[in-house]
Design a protein around this ligand. Structure first.
Ligand SMILES: [Zn+2]
Length: 71
């Protein structure tokens, strides 16, 4: 099942969302639908966290966790 990463144009929040069918996605922080889709990934689930193969740092960082961040 595809997981999409979005960035909110309103508040800058980044989040990943499992999208089923034509589900409408809105920002979990501010409920805005002005979202930029960053990339999609087919999730590799380890534990409770999703990891991505992105090479750039902080792509997977959310507002709540930076556990995988090297910086
Ligand atoms: Zn937002």
């Amino acid at each position: 099942m595809p997981i999409f990463e979005y960035k909110c144009s309103e508040c800058g929040n980044r989040f990943e969302k499992l999208v089923r069918g034509k589900e409408r996605v809105s920002c979990p922080a501010c409920s805005s639908r002005r979202l930029t889709k960053l990339f999609s990934t087919f999730g590799v689930k380890s534990g409770d966290k999703f990891t991505t193969s992105s090479g750039s740092s902080c792509d997977t960082c959310s507002a709540t966790s930076c556990a995988g961040c090297k910086d």
